[in-house]
Design a protein around this ligand. Structure first.
Ligand SMILES: NC(=O)c1ccc[n+]([C@@H]2O[C@H](COP(=O)([O-])OP(=O)(O)OC[C@H]3O[C@@H](n4cnc5c(N)ncnc54)[C@H](O)[C@@H]3O)[C@@H](O)[C@H]2O)c1
Ligand SMILES: O=c1ccn([C@@H]2O[C@H](COP(=O)(O)OP(=O)(O)O[C@H]3O[C@H](CO)[C@@H](O)[C@H](O)[C@H]3O)[C@@H](O)[C@H]2O)c(=O)[nH]1
Length: 660
């Protein structure tokens, strides 16, 4: 029996009156009169399959008339809260979305030209939702390279796109924004506990619990409270308890709506999500709340991809999704060790097994293992859950995923040291990659940090680091904080951060590839692509399906036209090909981010200057700069070993063999 059903069109439908507390009245201060309200969305009718016997089919056994959502508050302006709220606001111009955080610096940066995180495509969305847009005329003819007004006179068909008011806001006024919202998304951090009961595996719920208490005190009666953070199974019970403790006579519905975006592809993942998971209580009020949240996503996500489950299944599914993905990486890394010992090639094994549609080809890239803020903590959370349920065999099974990950990283570093004759004394080792994966400047739980620590113990002359996406000054700051105060060259240690790959390799004995950036590839095949770019950007979305282009259509056209630029295209047209963006927010004279940019000559890849992958590295140039015998250790499987060997490098790659 299926545990989940999708919200899909049905043959039967009955309309229910919605009875939950009314949403933001027009007289409320938080209602933005300027925001056009789409009546079609106000009572979004979501029809669902009525013939299924699945657990949650009862949720939408009948057509549910959902209360309109006009005001969403997202607590937590981090990697999840920021991009998720931005996409929700972008796709729902009629909904006011406010992101709140207690971190003033973060909020200041979200309100400036220097957003605190870099994600491909984020700025295009942020600029429209946060800053609003001007009226513009869009050419609707397919293949026309001039998307904006000018070509209209040449006989092209065009349409006028109305100006749009800002509907995405960032503020530190947590209580006020919660009190005004119809839907409160809780998207705060839930790391692993570092002390006390369950230290090292249980989830640290301090931030989540604190926010829940604030929500309980300030949420308007009937508001829908949504767990966006990844939380242990049965957290909804605790949320409900806290709510009834603070507001005994007020009814709130709690939903679980975990996020599945990945760093570096967040916007693409949000715009073209595989699925939206919504867990709710199985009462009529729970179903209505789920339908209300579903209506927000239905603005751009096909209804067939909106899955509803019971609330605990949804909470658990998030932990299981990450654990299964992490398990795949550990599984293939265990096979890489066997490949190294036998002469089999892990990529060949992976593609042979991946061709079996039951196994599939994704997430089988062997290397130094997974990093990032989620996999380790979520597997450990599952381990802790199993332990508390007195299921030691289950806990041990999942703990092995983490152990294999650590083993893979240690095995790689041990191999580097062994190849360098068991001593790094007087030697220089260069790390290519500091972020935990490509196309992101997210460095949380990055394997590079651990590798730096281990290498430093060997007493090398220098550990040089280059990352094409991270900002050197920020990397140095992190190394001071997470590796130690005396590790940087400037502080008398061995670690030096470079903004130039060739300088980082000057006089180096070994290069280690620790992040799979396309720039590091040596194979001549294939152009560098920005992985996180929305897929539509390479396809002309015109002619549009609807007479009035949607925000999704306009974004697709915007990115499509950006692809068609030539070196002669003026910068303004590259950044704003539809000529509809409002000016950036202006920074104050003493803006610390502007000062940092001036001082370091780099940018935070803010609104004006997204990170654009550079040309591939010239490995011949690197060869020239390195010391013999020019070791290259490929921890991410990005190099063609035979080609590197032809250039004169000695290459070691995890589980991969030279085919020359
Ligand atoms: N990072 C990812 O790619 C990702 C993807 C899916 C799910 N998740 C989950 O989403 C949740 C958030 O992750 P994140 O990466 O965005 O975390 P983050 O650390 O980037 O952001 C969390 C934000 O919450 C704020 N916050 C904490 N306590 C607060 C309080 N009491 N009041 C107001 N603001 C408060 C912090 O200041 C911070 O800005 C976690 O549960 C995580 O497991 C993360
Ligand atoms: O075949 C692979 C795939 C990934 N990795 C590594 O695994 C880590 C995680 O990669 P990825 O899953 O792409 O990035 P995350 O941002 O950590 O995203 C994961 O964690 C998020 C937070 O919960 C979830 O929302 C996402 O669905 C889930 O993919 C990175 O270090 C990758 O280099 C490998 O080593 N081999």
């Amino acid at each position: 029996m299926s545990m989940a059903s999708s919200i899909v069109d049905s043959e039967e439908s009955v309309t229910l009156e919605f009875v939950t507390t009314p949403t933001t009245p027009d007289s409320s201060q938080c209602f933005t009169p300027g925001l056009p309200f789409d009546d079609n969305l106000a009572d979004t009718t979501i029809r669902v399959r009525t013939n299924g016997k699945s657990l949650s089919s009862s949720l939408f056994d009948t057509t549910t008339r959902t209360p309109p959502v006009r005001n969403i508050c997202c607590v937590g302006a981090g990697y999840v809260g920021g991009p998720t709220a931005a996409v929700i606001a972008f796709q729902n111009p009629h909904i006011r979305v406010t992101v709140v955080d207690r971190d003033e610096k973060r909020i200041r940066r979200w309100n400036s030209q220097h957003p605190p995180i870099y994600e491909p495509g984020l700025n295009d969305i942020l600029r429209v939702a946060r800053d609003g847009s001007r009226q513009c005329i869009v050419c609707t003819e397919s293949e026309c390279s001039d998307g904006s007004s000018q070509c209209g006179g040449n006989g092209c068909a065009s349409t006028t796109v109305a100006a749009r008011l800002p509907n995405l806001f960032f503020t530190t006024d947590v209580a006020k924004c919660i009190s005004e919202a119809d839907v409160v998304l809780i998207a705060v951090n839930t790391p692993t506990k570092s002390r006390g009961t369950g230290a090292g595996s249980a989830t640290d719920m301090a931030a989540f619990e604190a926010v829940t208490a604030v929500v309980a005190q300030h949420a308007r009666p009937g508001a829908i409270i949504v767990e966006k953070s990844t939380v242990p199974c049965r957290t909804a019970e605790l949320v409900q308890d806290t709510l009834s403790l603070h507001r005994p006579n007020v009814h709130f519905e709690v939903l679980s709506n975990p996020e599945f975006l990945a760093a570096g592809t967040a916007i693409k993942d949000l715009l073209t999500a595989d699925r939206i998971l919504i867990g709710s209580s199985s009462t009529p009020a729970g179903h209505r709340a789920a339908a209300a949240l579903a209506s927000v996503y239905a603005s751009w996500v096909p209804k067939s991809r909106i899955i509803t489950t019971n609330i605990f299944s949804s909470e658990l599914a998030k932990l299981v999704a990450n654990s299964m993905l992490a398990q795949r990486i550990s599984s293939i890394n265990s096979i890489a060790a066997i490949c190294d010992a036998t002469g089999a090639d892990v990529d060949e094994v992976a593609s042979a097994i991946g061709a079996d549609s039951r196994i599939g080809s994704k997430f089988l890239n062997a290397g130094i293992g997974f990093g990032g803020s989620c996999f380790k903590k979520d597997v450990l959370s599952l381990v802790y859950l199993a332990e508390t349920l007195i299921l030691p065999e289950v806990a041990e099974y999942w703990r092995a995923v983490i152990m294999m990950n650590e083993y893979s990283r240690n095995r790689f570093v041990a191999r580097v040291v062994r190849c360098l004759n068991n001593t790094l004394s007087g030697k220089k080792v260069t790390l290519f990659g500091y972020a935990f994966k490509k196309d992101t400047n997210d460095t949380r739980e990055s394997p590079a940090l651990d590798i730096i620590r281990t290498l430093a113990e060997e007493g090398p002359q220098e550990i040089a680091i280059f990352d094409p996406c991270c900002i050197p000054a920020q990397m140095e700051d992190e190394i001071r904080r997470f590796v130690g105060a005396n590790f940087l060259k400037a502080d008398g240690g061995p670690v030096a951060v470079y903004g130039n790959a060739y300088a980082a390799c000057e006089g180096s004995d070994a290069v280690m590839i620790t992040t799979a950036f396309d720039e590091f590839k040596n194979s001549a095949t294939g152009e560098i692509t920005i992985a996180g770019r929305p897929k539509a950007c390479s396809v002309d979305p015109r002619p549009f399906e609807h007479t009035e282009p949607t925000e999704g259509d306009l974004l697709a056209l915007h990115t499509y036209l950006q692809r068609m630029v030539t070196p002669a295209t003026p910068v303004a047209s590259v950044l704003d090909p539809l000529d509809r963006l409002n000016p950036f927010p202006t920074c104050t004279e003493d803006c610390p981010d502007c000062e940092l940019e001036k001082a370091t000559g780099t940018t935070g890849y803010g609104a004006g200057e997204e990170y654009v992958p550079k040309a591939r590295l010239d490995w011949r140039k690197i060869h020239y700069h390195m010391r013999k015998p020019r070791w290259v250790f490929d921890g991410r499987g990005v190099l063609d070993i035979s080609e590197m060997e032809r250039l004169g490098f000695r290459v070691e790659s995890v589980g991969r063999q030279s085919r020359s």
